[in-house]
Design a protein around this ligand. Sequence first.
Ligand code: SF4
Length: 335
Amino acid sequence: MEKGWLGLPYHTISDHYNKLFGEKVYKIPVSVVDDCPNRRGLKGMQTCVFCDVWGSAANKDSLTMELRTQIETYKEKISKRYSSKAFLVYFQAYTNTFTKVSALRHNFDIALSYPWVKGFTLGTRPDCLSKSVLDLWQEYHERSFVAVELGVQSFFNDQLEFMRRGHSAEASLEAIHKIASSTKVDLGIHLIFGNPGETDETIVKTAEIVNTLPITNVKLHNLHVLKQTPLEEMYHRGEFTPIDRETYAHRVELFLQHLSPRFALHRLAAYSSRWDELIAPEWTKDKMGTHQYIIDYLRARKSYQSQLLSLDCASDRLLQEFLQKKSVPTPLHPA
Ligand code: SF4
């Protein structure tokens, strides 16, 4: 049985945005910083094992382009491909709050100066959240749509240590509650599956933890090996084996089955935007094929998001309502 989220067995981010904006919106990925606490080596931190020199930027050319040029160039490309009319500017690469508040304000103002930009979303990490940053987000939330994507990656400290994230699971939980209690931004988290030490049990536990959080969305990645990363060296030394596609699909299935229907999913796997930089696994190169494989896997097994939840384990009011009415509840923090 599928729940009818645009015909898919999970609550899609498109559905989430359609409810918020009443139309389809597309993200324009931009880069405005080129640093983070890990790369800077603060407090002995090291570059995350999976992170390449582009800091997760979607377009490596963007690092040398003015913000206005990036917005206009990528908007043009997306419009040609999808006939799109509404956009969110996505401050994606590196740690976007690892900069001055005045620089953030300047960039937010540029983003919102375009009539077709409905708001912005930005990525950051749990240990880069000053009070002035939170106040700034709330200020912009009062006149536009503001979303934050927090790089949590795992709720297990051994996995965080393997990835060299430089923050703990406790720090992530504290950051999530700090953001939710100080602002009304649309908050989501990133998670990475495929770490050494990961089991079906840790995946189910992850879903149970997420069910208690004041967030609206989740982005899933599989841990993959890119060129010029610490993980590449570990891979060549035989210290890391990427998860295979079937096991990964099963982990996604388990996570979704135990996840409350109130959370929207951005995507179900990492897709290498620069094929020539991917070392392994090979299946990550095939963006649409991987997505379809996971969807087919779920459909073949009649699996869907929230399938293994029951009223007994419901931890929040919205979930209780959903299970009783069988309809998808509205997000916790509508813009
Ligand atoms: S993933 Fe983010 S925090 Fe980690 S090294 Fe890359 S830019 Fe820095």
